[in-house]
Structure formats: structure tokens, C-alpha cells
Design a protein around this ligand. Sequence first.
Ligand code: SF4
Length: 541
Amino acid sequence: MSEHEHTKTDGLGDMPLAPSGAAADGAWRAPPRSERMAANKIECNACPVLCQITDGKVGACDRYANQAGVLVRVDPVILLARAQSGDAPASDELVPFVDSAQLEPASAAEVAGRLLPGAGLFVTAVGASTTYPDYKPAPFIVSSQSDGVDMVTVVTEGIFSYCSLKVKIDTDRWLGPEQANVRCKGEVVGHVTTAEYGSQMLSLGGVHHITGGSKKEGRVTVDMMHALGNQGAVEFTIDGGAQVLVQAGRAPVVGGVEESRMRVGCGSATVGIFAEQFQGLADEVVCVDDHITGVLTEHQAGRCLSMRPAGLKVRGRKSTPGRYFQVANPGTGWGGTDIADPLSIIEAWDPAQAWPGLRLLMVSTTGEHAAWFVLDQALVPQPAPMPATVQAIVDRIGENCEPSLCSVLFLGGAGGSLRAGVTENPVLLTRAIKRALVNVTCGGAPAYVWPGGGITVMVDVLRMPANSFGTVPTPAIVAPIEFSMRLADYQALGGHMAYVRPLAQVLHTGAWHRDGAPVARRTLPQPDANVWPIGQPPMLG
Ligand code: SF4
């Protein structure tokens, strides 16, 4: 589908909502046509927007289309092939599902534990489609075997209004004050949150930006989340701070400069780690850090090595001996401070302790900045060529820095449509997850389930298949989610047993429903970084 028909969502409140529901025999039926809908259109009811799509066109989210009067999910459903599985070849080939006439739920006998071909395949929810509104069973409820145990995986593309991205940016450079607004295309889409060890953190998206602001703010927010989740690059500006380009798995670009090193540790840790190596080569070492600047001879590391006190007093607030906070303002200079001249953090030398000829190394937490000084007769540091032996330690500080990367974690709350698609009594799914009976994955990637109430999952987008995320103009994010468990446990939690179908049948016929189902599948290799989703212990809080 190259030509897009983007349905307008304004005015949908006037549109009559067609009744739909389960028939007396329990089978789901498509809703009746809206009387106001033109004959050449069909209605997509995979989300509340209810697009009316003309033949040959796609709906507002680009995910569903009218193909000769049939509503289809345009992207293939993505399967993963387990490494070293004899019957699970991965190929990029598109494999069509057979005619929809064969789409029928399996009989109980078919579902009962059978060793099936294709046991090395996992049906992800990427491209799987969504069964909206909530009461309909998930599009794929797949039985398979793992080590002789009958398993089931419930697969759906979830529509998430409550979701955000947690972004970790490995850099010492100051991005902006905590709580500062983060903007994308001028709209506020998140904020700076607590910095972590060697990283600045952003919290992006979330329901207040998606639904609680202007229409433009909501749209820009989901577009930003869609792009970052699909491993694309997005540029942000931070109020009172920096401009930063973020892309999962790539180095951040702060103020136009690509970051390369994630610091070895704070200034205190750095002087401690390398203290013994400096002994005899330098009389004092100051590791400049926006958070904790280390002064070696005063630091416990220098004392343990019986280093002679150098009598150096640095600016800032002393925390403990040799550890100083706030030696300068935050910035993009030495060690995440705003200084370009390291001597500017020196307040004084104690003439009773310092001596002419004292050798001083000033270095940053990444080793990117380093300078060597020798005190003259007036106890004033004079620049001097750095000895090769000292330079080698500075180089080692740099060598111990890891590559600076951006990490993007999707965080979403699985609510009504998701849980009801799994079971007729949704709280039983929540309880089963808390009892570690259910493994939750997103596109086959392991998902961490937060403690406490509800099903709040967090997943690294780099472990998910490419283009796992979509959007709908409600606005909301579309993200894949799968629940794997023993078949017996599924039955016990009130699962939609009539819709369980063996993997072999699923591979042949596709989703159980016809309306809006994917028409093809594609098999990708299971990423090495991920464990096989079936038969694994859940990642719980
Ligand atoms: S899922 Fe997409 S095509 Fe279907 S109603 Fe929603 S926006 Fe429209």
C-alpha cells in the first residue's frame, strides 16, 4: 500500500458505534456495517478510532488496509527461530497464510499435548494485530511443547496509553537540571530525571504528555516514542541545558559533539583505582568531577599508601577527606563541569605542606582532559610536559572507559484489552504473573515485570525486532506483548481455551480471526542476547 488515506479522528464522537459482540454460540462476530459508511469502505475496529477505509487504502495508523474489500494487517507477523533448532529455519522470506476459510479454532484433541513440528519457532506479537474491543481473545493463542511440557503463548499487539521510555545516556556532560523539561519539535515530551553512575537519564513520553496536553503535544510525543522505540534517532532540547541527539545503541551527540567515553568512575573512585600506579610518579593527583572530585594524597587511598600530604585545597564542599562536591558548575567541560582551566578549582596551597617542585596531575573522569604541572618557588603550578609514565596511566583511565551509548527502555502498563484477550477473568493473569507462572516478553525479548499491582513491563528496545512499535491516532503506542505459560496453568486462569491452536496450525492459517488479520509471516533468527521465551523463568521484580 503506497497511497495512504489518513482518517481524521476529529468528530468521531458523532459517529455511531456499531454494536458488536459474541454470538450465542460463543464465536466472535464482526460488527455490523455502519449505516453511514460508503459501500466501498470497510471499518477497521482494531482500535477506538474505527477508520472507514476505502478499497486499496490504509487506515490512519498505516497498519491496516482494505484489500479488495477485506480488512488486513499490512505488516507480516514476525516469528523467531531458535538457534540450533532442527526444524526452525530463519529466512527473511514472506510466507503467506492460507485462505481464511481454514481459520478455525482447534479442537480440544488438537490442543492436547502433542509434539508438534515447528517447536523451535516462537510467534511474536510484532505484526500480530489487535483484537479490540477488550473482550475478544488475542489474535494468536498458540500451543507448543517445551521439554515435553504442553505450553501456550498468548500473542497480541497491545495499544498502550500508559507508557513511557526511560533513556540512559552514558555521558558526564551535563544535559540539564533535574526535572527540566525535555522538548522535541518544541513540545514538552518528558523531563530530566535522576542521574545514574556515569549516565544522565531522561524520562520521556507517559500518559500526561500523550493525553494530558494539547493535541500537538500528544502527537509529537507518540511520534517521538515510535521513532526511538524503533531504534531511530531523535533530537531533543532541554530547557536550561543542552541539545542532545539520542538513538538506542549509538553514542549520544551532545551539543553537536559525539560522545565517546563513559567515565571509569567518579573522581574519588578514579584516584582510588589508580592510586598505587600513581605512587612515586606524581605527588598529587586531582580527578575533576562534577559530582565527586578526588584529591589523592588527602583521599583514603593516598593515606593507605602513606603518600605525603600535598597541602592542596580545592574549591567546593568537602564531603570526606579527599572527596569534594560542587567544585564548579555542571557543564560540558572537564569531568562534566563547566571548567576549561583545571587550575580554576584550586583555592590554595598550604605552605607548611606543599613544596617547590611538587608534581601535580589534573585529570578528568574519562582521561579525555589531563594536564601536568610542577610547583615553582612561589608554590604556583607551572605547566610542564607530562612524563610518559604518567601519560600511560592517563591512557589507562581512558582504556577503562566503556563506549558511551544511549539505551532506550520501553515501559508500559498492560491493561484491559491485553488481559481480557488472555483470560475472561483478567486478575487471574495478573496473579499468575506474580506467582512466576507466566513469562512476559515483548517481541520475544525478555520483559522485566515491576513489583506491585498491575502488569507493568519494561523492555530494552534493542532486544526487540526492528520496527516493533506502531502508533494509533487516539493517540497511543502499539507495542508487542506475549504471555507464555503451561497449558494447564492457562486453563486454570480462565484462558480462552477454545481459541488455543497448535503452532503447526497457526503457521498454516494465521490468526484465529479473519477481520484485520496479518496475511503473511516472516521468520527471523532469535537474537543471541535473548533467552528462548518458552520454558524460561519470568523476569520478575
Ligand atoms: S487500528 Fe489503525 S486502521 Fe484500525 S481503526 Fe485504529 S487507526 Fe484506524
